[in-house]
Design a protein around this ligand. Sequence first.
Ligand SMILES: [Cu+2]
Length: 132
Amino acid sequence: MSSNIIKMVIMKIKKHLAFISLMIIALVILGGCTQQTADQAGKKDVEKTSEGVVTVSIKDFAFNPAAITITKGTKVTWVNEDSAPHTATSEGSFDSGTLSKGQSFSYIFAETGTFNYKCSIHPSMKGKVIVA
Ligand SMILES: [Cu+2]
């Protein structure tokens, strides 16, 4: 008798495991689709507002491009493509804080002037934003 009960319990657990596995697979697939859609939406936004938007990539311990000249009101986005953490820090102006791989920081330059900045973690990494 008791061994029959154990078999039934095992059967039930197996059914549940199959169900849980299916749920996990479904979640992974759905999650992947959502991620793709978000990426595509982000790209569309950048295309739509390409005027007045500049991206600086942080790669191989350098800002790329290191110096940019923009007009007042331009939004600059720094994207960390390194596996190491970096910042874009301009004393008295903007500070991204620590950006891990894949993270970004945006700042809209509302005033003219020259903004020198650096990575506060690696001070030899320097950049410049000239707002004309
Ligand atoms: Cu750095």
